[in-house]
Write a protein that binds this ligand. Structure first.
Ligand code: MN3
Length: 394
């Protein structure tokens, strides 16, 4: 009797301790996930940490959290990482990094930026590991396939992106079949009031300053061009299974998105701009735990504003909606073109407005493959990305 009681107690304990595979652990979402683990050591264990090339930071994280496996994509850093960590921690490099590191974890936090993130999401789904998804490009390029694969492997995908977390939370207040529409909110980025003429003068430095969110460089530029909202519209289509998705400019970033039900009721999710709530909820749902965020005091809040987006200047969301309609690999083309143009701008090769015109040309120029396989998606991505980058090589 006593023995059985002990076993039961340990089982409960183990169940409460959720182990995480954090892919992209040295990036913005990865480090914020580790902050949450640090604050709730009893709730989470770190199964694995994977980084692209920030070897010093990765080693520091591994020595603190003592995961079972550490992965580094950049093979040239393997020896450094191996030598810096105790033998009890396995170290893998390159593609091994993915399958080896997700296997055995309870949840994979997929926080690699860009198309590179797709393979980590696929690896987690194939290993039967639930995915807390911060990488939007994987659903943008491979949405239908990724969702279908998740269904077949009975893997849950929960959103980390603040807008999608908001929609996901709002949807809990009704039946999916009674959903009428989704409205994503957008801060509008640093240039939301600019004319096309003013946008011509924008520098990389200007574009890297975001008014409400602190994020990595790629996504900060995506926010400034509104490509980020464009990608989020496509991401929402796959996460929530509707094409009734629109967006509104909401500079204060307090309402993170809304859903409207059949009866006209609109549900919103609010907080001060923070990634702490969406990251934490994606790995603890349905339970909620304390956070360190500033509480929302509506009486102190002042005005919340909402503005219709200017799609004549900021064309990206409109292009994304068109790509959704075209279907097939159209969203993958959009994504690859944006990734290439974003990179070219960050490397000083093109102007801010060029980003938009490159994407606009790409989505009408490249041939769309209907009903693509995963292979098609990778091929299209490579072709579009390489062709655009090559065009601007000096
Ligand atoms: Mn977002």
């Amino acid at each position: 009797m006593r023995y059985a009681f002990c076993i039961k107690k340990t089982m409960i304990k183990q169940q409460q301790h959720k182990t995480l595979a954090i892919i992209g652990s040295t990036g913005s979402i990865g480090t914020q996930t580790l902050d949450i683990v640090r604050r709730h050591p009893k709730l989470f264990g770190v199964h694995s940490l994977v980084a692209h090339s920030s070897a010093d930071k990765l080693v520091g994280q591994a020595l603190e959290f003592l995961p079972k496996v550490v992965g580094i994509f950049d093979e040239s850093k393997y020896d450094f990482v191996r030598a810096a960590l105790p033998k009890s921690i396995a170290v893998v490099a390159e593609q091994d990094a993915l399958t080896m590191t997700v296997q055995g974890a309870d949840t994979c936090v997929a926080s690699v930026v860009g198309m590179q993130g797709l393979s980590s999401v696929i690896a987690a789904i194939e290993a039967g590991v639930d995915v807390a998804l911060a990488n939007k490009e994987s659903l943008v390029a491979g949405g239908g396939l990724v969702m279908e694969l998740a269904r077949r492997n009975k893997v849950k995908i929960t959103p980390i992106d603040s807008e999608h977390s908001a929609v996901w939370q709002c949807l809990k207040s009704g039946r999916k079949s009674d959903l009428k529409s989704i409205t994503l909110t957008a801060s509008g980025g640093p240039f939301r009031t600019y004319t096309k003429e003013q946008l011509r003068q924008v520098t990389l430095q200007d574009a890297l300053k975001h008014p409400t969110w602190a994020m990595g460089a790629k996504i900060t530029i995506d926010s400034a061009t509104m490509a980020n909202k464009a990608l989020e519209i496509i991401e929402a289509r796959w996460l929530f299974g509707t094409t009734n998705i629109d967006y509104v400019i909401h500079p204060e970033s307090i309402i993170h998105s809304t859903v409207e039900f059949k009866d006209g009721s609109v549900i919103a999710q609010m907080s001060h701009p923070t990634m702490e709530i969406p990251i934490q909820l994606a790995i603890t749902y349905p339970k909620r735990f304390d956070t360190a965020i500033k509480r929302l005091d509506l009486a102190q809040m002042g005005k919340l504003t909402f503005v219709k987006p200017n799609e004549d200047v900021f064309i990206m969301p409109r292009l994304a909606k068109e790509c959704l309609k075209k279907g097939g690999t159209a969203p993958a083309i959009f994504n690859a073109a944006n990734e290439a143009a974003n990179e070219l701008f960050r490397n000083g090769k093109i102007t801010f407005l060029d980003i938009m015109s490159i994407v606009e040309r790409a989505v009408s120029y490249f041939k769309i493959v209907d009903k693509p396989t995963l292979e098609n998606i990778y091929e299209v991505n490579d072709e579009v990305y390489k062709e655009i980058i090559m065009n601007y090589k000096v």
